[in-house]
Structure formats: C-alpha cells, structure tokens
Design a protein around this ligand. Structure first.
Ligand SMILES: [Fe+2]
Length: 228
C-alpha cells in the first residue's frame, strides 16, 4: 500500500499572516511529502507494505517508525489549524476547566510546554488510556498513538514549522497558533473518544483496514469540508 499526501483542508494562503503561503508550501509539499515518499520507499517489499499507517507506527522502529509517525503527526497537525476562529464544545471546555482550572490556565500550560519542548518535537493535548486529559511533549517523530493515547490537539514545534516566518522566535509562532486552533476538530475527537477507544485504537492494534483511525480522521476532514 502506497501512502499519499492529502490536500490541506484549507487554502495555502488562508492562514496568513500567522503562517505564510511559503511556509505552508515548504512544510506540506516538501517536509510532509518527503516523509511520505521516504516511508513508501522504505516499506516497499517489506512486511510493512500492506499495513495501515497507524499499525506501522505500533510495529516499527528506526527510519520506518520515524517516517510513518511524522506522516501521521502532520496529517493530524493540519486538521488542528483553522483559518477562522473556532470554539471548543461545551463538553471539552468543561473537561479542560475541570483538569486545568480554566481555559486561560490551559493556554498558559500548553504554550509553556510548547515553548520549552527542547529541540524538535510536538506538543499535544491527549486523552490517556484512563481518559485523563493531559499535555504531553514528544521529541522528534514520537507520537501518542504509539502509546495508545488519543490526540485531541497538536502543535508542531520543529523549526521547519515556523522558521521562514518567525526565525528563532518560537513564542511568536505559538501566539499565532493559539489564535488558529481548530477547536471543532478537537471537540469532535473528544466527543467520539469512546468510538476511538473501542474501534479506532483497537483497529490500530489489530490492523483492521476497514476501521482505522485514519478512516476516522478522513471522516472528520470530509465533515469539515461539508460544513465549511
Ligand atoms: Fe512539521
């Protein structure tokens, strides 16, 4: 199975001035595409060739893991951004308030985690296996789905995500990121967490091509296209 680069769920210039068309072009068409091309080359003729992307992530290490995880992480990241302002559902807002004290305190904690995530990596809001909501920093290609945690939100803090627009000033990129979070996407995943727990993650472990998280994320993307 060859993995393919999905189109961005919005126009390449629609996040300006937060992220310029040039940044999105290099990030999506060069970096993200590069991971997918390398993954396809690495898995050709191997046991990984017929596996779903998520199953490869749970079964591999080294270069195959890195390129598969980066493919998934970027697929997810694009859906975490929105050109228009969005708000979290009442249920997600309630949960965030319960865990972090307030949305403002969550913002402070999430952005501080992203700012201090050393080197290249990702900052996440996840539900762990006990359905605890938590902020998580991962390094390089590491991804929560390798550890059966459900990502609701992620911020790419690799320099390639912001360097053309912000140079070394990650904090300015993070301020813009906060204003462009797609809370509707996070809310949909949160609302369907039981589905993901019982079907999505189960499918990852069992490599069921008919019911995987990528199908679910595709559904989310299609629903957003219909509603926009
Ligand atoms: Fe990236």
């Amino acid at each position: 199975m060859q993995h393919t680069l999905a189109a961005l769920p919005y126009d390449m210039d629609s996040l300006e001035p937060f992220l310029t068309q040039q940044t999105l072009f290099y990030h999506h068409e060069k970096h993200h595409a590069g991971y997918i091309n390398k993954l396809n080359a690495l898995i050709t003729g191997t046991e990984y060739e017929e596996m779903s992307l998520e199953y490869i992530i749970t079964q591999s290490d080294g270069a195959i893991f890195n390129n598969a995880a980066q493919t998934f992480n970027h697929n997810f990241y694009w859906n975490c951004l929105s050109p228009v302002a969005t708000t979290p559902s009442d249920a997600l807002l309630r949960k965030i308030t319960e865990v972090f004290g307030s949305m403002e305190k969550f913002k402070e904690a999430f952005l501080n985690a992203a700012l201090t995530n050393f080197g290249s990596g990702w900052t996440w809001l996840v539900l762990d296996q006990h359905e605890h909501l938590k902020i998580l920093n991962t390094s390089n290609a590491q991804t929560p789905i390798a550890h059966n945690e459900i990502p609701l939100l992620t911020c790419d803090v690799w320099e390639h995500a912001y360097y053309l627009d912000y140079k070394n000033e990650r904090a300015k990129y993070l301020d813009g990121f906060w204003e462009h979070i797609n809370w509707e996407n996070a809310s949909k995943v949160f609302a369907d967490k039981e589905h993901l727990n019982t079907i999505g993650l189960y499918a990852i472990v069992n490599n069921d091509p008919d019911d995987s998280m990528s199908d679910y994320l595709d559904e989310l993307q299609r629903a957003e296209e219909i509603s926009s």
